[in-house]
Design a protein around this ligand. Structure first.
Ligand code: ADP
Ligand code: MG
Length: 738
C-alpha cells in the first residue's frame, strides 16, 4: 500500500461510529437458547417415550437405537423447519484449528419426480463427509480415506442462519479419533468412572461425576481497514514487525477501564447472539493491553463448554466483521504488550450436587476435598510435561515464559491456607492420636472450616487453586480447550484409579489387624495414609513463588519438572511411556493414535513458522527495504545539495545528522537483505528434512530465531524513516483506535 492509503485508512478508522444494536424485546432468561434444541424443546417436539430415552442417553450414556434416532430426527426437523432452517450439517472439530461443516439441504426425491423435505435418524446419527483432506497423521491412508462423523447427543443441536448444526465426533473407518471431541468424551468418561469410585468412599449415593469447565476467552480487536493494510496480520494473525508505541500498557489504564462505545456495541451484539445459542455469557471487560478484551461464560459440563468455546470463537470473528473490526485470537499479536490466553477453570462435581474440589463443612467433606486436591496434584506432577505438551503451539510459544503469562514450567499454586493443611497432614499432626478410637473424627475438624480465600492470587502460576477449582492458565487463546481437558481429565482419572486401588488395599490390611474398629473409621484411616504418601511424593509440583524468576527455572529442574521450552520437543511428551500407559489405562488414546497426532502437531508447527517466514521475507523485501532506500536517497540528495550551496566544511557540519542516518539505514538494510537470504536458505535446508519431527525442530532452531533477529532491524528503520512514507500501519494506529 502507499503511505497515502495508510493515512486514509487510519483517519477513516478514527471517524467510525458504533453500530446500533437493537435491544431484544425479552430479558436474557427468555431468549437464552432460542436457537438450541434443548430439553425444553425436546420435551415439546418429541413423543414422551422418545424424550425419556434421550434423557437416559444424555445422562447415563445409554445406547441410542435407530428407532429412537428416527423419532428424534423427526422432531428436530419439525422444530428446525418452523425456525426457517433449510439445511443441516454435521459440525465437527478436526485436528486443524477451528471447526468444520458441510451443508446438505433437507431434501430428497419423492419418487414421483418432485422433492420432499426429509431428515432421517440415519442422517442425524452418522455421516461420511468427504474428509480426505483433513489431517490424520497417516491413520487414514488414501485407500481407506473414509472418515465418519457421528452425532454426540450430549451436546444439543442448534441453528445458525438457515442451517441446523449437529455436534459430532469425527473418526476414521477403523475407529481412530480424527478430532478433539472423540478423545475428550473418552477422557470425561474415564474421569467420571474413576472419580465416582473415589467419591463413593465418602458418599455412597454418588452415581456420576461431572467435569466442569469455565473458560475465560481473551482477544484483541483491530479496525478492519487497518487490519487489511497489514499483510502479516491477515496471513498469520500476528504482527511480524512493528516498533512498540511510546505508550502501551505501562499506565495500566486499559485493564477494567471503561469500554469504548464501538466495542460495547460489538460485545452486546456478540452476547445476544451467544445467549441465543445457549452460551451462558456472564463477564466482559477490558484486559491489560490496549484493544484487548475478555469474555467469560458461567462454567458448564466440559464437553458442552468446549463446544461452546469453539462456537463462540466462530461468532466472535463473524460479529467483529459486522462492526468493522477483526477479532484476533492469536496468543501474541503484538510485541511488547500482553498476549492472550484462555484460562481453563476446572473442577469435578457429583450428580448429587457436591463440588469435589470445594471445601465443605463437615470433617468428611474436608477429607474428600483434600483427597481431590491431592490427587489432582498427583496427576499434574506425574504428567507435568504432558500437560505442557497439551497447550504448546507455534503461537502460544510466544506467550509462555515471556514474563506476562505462565512460565514454560507447569507447577501448582495452592496458597498459604491449603499449603498448611497439607503440611499438617504430612507431618503427622493428624496422626498423633491415630490408634485411639476417635482419632480421625477429632482430628479432621482441625482442617479449619475451609473457606479458602480467593484473594491469595498468584498470576505467575500456570495452574492455580482458586477456592473451589483449579485454573489452568497456560491454555492459549486460539486453542481448542479440548486438548488441555483431554490431558488433564485423563491424568486425573489415572490418579484417582490408582488412589482407590491403594485405599482398598490399605483397608484390607487394616481390617486384618483390627476387628473392632468400625468400617468407616478404617476407610478414613486408609484414605489419610494414602494421602500422606501422595503429599510427600507430589511435593515437587507445588510452588507458590514467582514463576517468572530465573531461580525457579533452576529449582524446577532440580525438582525433576519438565523445563523444556522448545515446542517441537515438548510435543515428544505425548510419546513418553508414562503418557502412553496412562492414555491406555484410561482408554483415551492408543499408541498409534498418539503417534499419528504428534505427526500432525509437528507438521502444523512447521507450516505456521514457514508461513511466517515467507510473509516476513516479503514484507522486508517489498515494503521495508524499498521505503528505506527511498528515504536514504532523499537524504543523500540533500547532502549533495548542501555541498552545492555551502562551503565544504559548513556543508559537512550541516549534513552531519543526515550522513549518520544514511549510514544507519545502510547498516540496517544490508543486515536485513543478507539475513533474509539466510532465512530463505534455512527454510530450504529444513524443507529437505524427511522426518516431521526433525523438520519442526529445524524450523524452531534455525528459521524462527532469524525472524526475531531481523525484526530488530526493521523496527529500528520504522523509527528512523519519514513517517509519511512508512507503508504499514504502526502499533499506535492499530492499538488505540476503537
Ligand atoms: P476470575 O476472577 O479468574 O476472572 P471468574 O470468577 O470470572 O474468574 O470466573 C472464571 C470462570 O470460572 C467462570 O467461567 C466461572 O463460571 C468459572 N468457575 C467458577 N467456579 C467454578 C468451578 N467450581 N469449576 C469450574 N469453573 C468455575
Ligand atoms: Mg480467572
Amino acid at each position: 500500500m502507499s503511505s497515502l492509503l495508510r493515512f486514509n485508512v487510519v483517519s477513516e478508522a478514527f471517524k467510525k461510529r458504533p453500530i446500533e444494536v437493537p435491544s431484544p424485546a425479552e430479558r436474557p432468561s427468555e431468549f437464552f437458547g432460542k436457537y438450541v434444541f434443548d430439553r425444553k424443546k425436546m420435551f415439546r417436539y418429541l413423543p414422551a417415550k422418545v424424550y425419556e430415552k434421550m434423557i437416559d442417553v444424555i445422562e447415563n450414556e445409554a445406547t441410542l437405537d435407530m428407532a429412537t434416532a428416527d423419532a428424534v430426527a423427526e422432531g428436530m426437523k419439525r422444530w428446525a423447519m418452523e425456525m426457517g432452517a433449510t439445511h443441516i450439517t454435521h459440525w465437527f472439530q478436526p485436528l486443524t484449528e477451528g471447526t468444520a461443516e458441510k451443508h446438505d439441504g433437507f431434501v430428497e426425491h419423492d419418487g414421483k419426480g418432485g422433492m420432499v423435505e426429509e431428515f432421517t435418524g440415519k442422517q442425524l446419527v452418522q455421516q461420511e463427509p468427504d474428509a480426505s483432506s483433513f489431517p490424520s497423521g497417516g491413520i487414514r491412508s488414501t485407500f481407506e480415506a473414509r472418515g465418519y462423523s457421528a452425532w454426540d447427543p450430549a451436546s444439543p443441536v442448534f441453528i445458525i442462519g438457515d442451517t441446523l448444526m449437529i455436534p459430532t465426533i469425527f473418526i476414521s473407518y477403523t475407529g481412530e479419533a480424527l478430532d478433539f471431541k472423540a478423545p475428550l468424551k473418552k477422557a470425561l468418561h474415564a474421569v467420571d468412572k474413576a472419580a465416582t469410585a473415589v467419591a463413593q468412599l465418602f458418599y455412597p449415593d454418588v452415581k456420576r461425576v461431572i467435569s466442569n469447565l469455565g473458560w475465560e476467552q481473551e482477544y484483541f480487536l483491530v479496525d478492519e481497514e487497518i487490519y487489511a493494510a497489514r499483510p502479516d496480520l491477515v496471513m498469520t494473525g500476528r504482527t511480524l514487525l512493528g516498533h512498540e508505541s511510546a505508550k502501551n500498557q505501562q499506565m495500566d489504564d486499559h485493564y477494567f477501564g471503561s469500554i469504548p462505545e464501538r466495542v460495547v456495541a460489538f460485545m452486546r451484539d456478540l452476547e445476544i447472539q451467544a445467549l441465543e445459542l445457549g452460551i451462558p455469557c456472564k463477564t466482559r471487560h477490558n484486559e491489560a493491553a490496549p484493544n484487548q478484551f475478555e469474555l467469560a461464560p458461567i462454567f458448564e459440563e466440559t464437553n458442552l463448554a468446549v463446544d461452546h468455546n469453539m462456537l463462540l470463537m466462530m461468532l466472535m470473528k463473524k460479529v467483529a466483521r459486522k462492526h468493522g473490526f477483526r477479532c484476533l485470537l492469536h496468543e501474541k499479536p503484538f510485541l511488547g504488550i500482553n498476549g492472550s490466553g484462555k484460562h481453563n477453570n476446572w473442577s469435578l462435581s457429583t450428580d448429587t450436587g457436591i463440588l469435589l474440589h470445594g471445601p465443605g463443612k463437615t470433617p468428611l467433606d474436608n477429607l474428600r476435598f483434600i483427597t481431590f486436591i491431592v490427587e489432582t496434584l498427583m496427576a499434574v506432577w506425574r504428567h507435568n510435561g504432558l500437560l505442557k505438551a497439551s497447550i504448546v503451539s507455534a503461537s502460544n510459544a510466544h506467550r509462555l515464559g515471556a514474563h506476562e503469562a505462565p512460565p514454560a514450567i507447569i507447577s501448582i499454586f495452592l496458597g498459604k491456607q491449603l499449603s498448611q493443611v497439607l503440611e499438617h497432614i504430612e507431618d503427622g499432626t493428624f496422626e498423633k492420636n491415630i490408634g485411639t478410637k476417635h482419632a480421625i473424627h477429632l482430628d479432621i475438624p482441625q482442617i479449619p472450616e475451609l473457606l479458602i480465600d480467593n484473594t491469595d492470587r498468584n498470576r505467575t502460576s500456570p495452574f492455580a487453586f482458586t477456592g473451589n477449582r483449579f485454573e489452568f492458565r497456560a491454555v492459549g487463546s486460539e486453542a481448542n480447550c479440548a486438548s488441555a481437558m483431554i490431558a488433564l481429565n485423563s491424568a486425573v482419572a489415572e490418579a484417582l484409579m490408582d488412589f482407590r486401588e491403594r485405599v482398598d488395599k490399605k483397608i484390607k490390611e487394616f481390617s486384618e489387624h483390627s476387628d473392632s474398629t468400625p468400617q468407616a473409621e478404617l476407610t478414613q484411616r486408609a484414605i489419610l495414609a494414602v494421602l500422606r504418601e501422595d503429599i510427600r511424593l507430589c511435593k515437587p509440583i507445588h510452588f507458590d513463588g514467582n514463576g517468572y524468576s530465573e531461580e525457579w527455572k533452576q529449582e524446577a529442574a532440580r525438582r525433576g519438572l519438565d523445563v523444556e521450552a522448545s515446542c517441537p520437543l515438548v510435543i515428544d511428551r505425548y510419546l513418553d511411556e508414562s503418557s502412553i500407559k496412562m492414555f491406555h489405562k484410561t482408554n483415551v488414546f492408543t499408541r498409534a493414535e498418539l503417534e499419528a497426532r504428534n505427526e500432525i502437531k509437528w507438521e502444523t508447527y512447521t507450516k505456521r513458522i514457514q508461513i511466517e517466514a515467507r510473509i516476513f521475507g516479503d514484507l522486508c523485501l517489498n515494503h521495508v527495504i524499498p521505503v528505506a532506500t527511498r528515504y536514504q536517497s532523499a537524504l543523500i540528495d540533500n547532502v549533495h545539495k548542501s555541498r552545492e550551496l555551502f562551503p565544504a566544511e559548513e556543508a559537512d557540519r550541516l549534513s552531519a545528522n543526515n550522513l549518520s542516518l544514511i549510514r544507519q539505514i545502510a547498516g540496517h538494510t544490508c543486515y536485513i537483505t543478507e539475513h533474509v537470504a539466510q532465512l530463505v536458505e534455512a527454510r530450504k535446508v529444513a524443507n529437505r528434512i524427511e522426518s516431521g519431527r526433525e523438520k519442526a525442530i529445524a524450523y524452531h532452531d534455525t528459521v524462527a530465531p532469524l525472524i526475531e533477529d531481523i525484526r530488530y532491524h526493521t523496527d529500528k528503520l520504522e523509527l528512523i524513516i519519514d513517517d509519511e512514507i512508512w507503508p504499514l500501519p504502526k502499533y499506535r494506529e492499530m492499538l488505540f483506535i476503537c
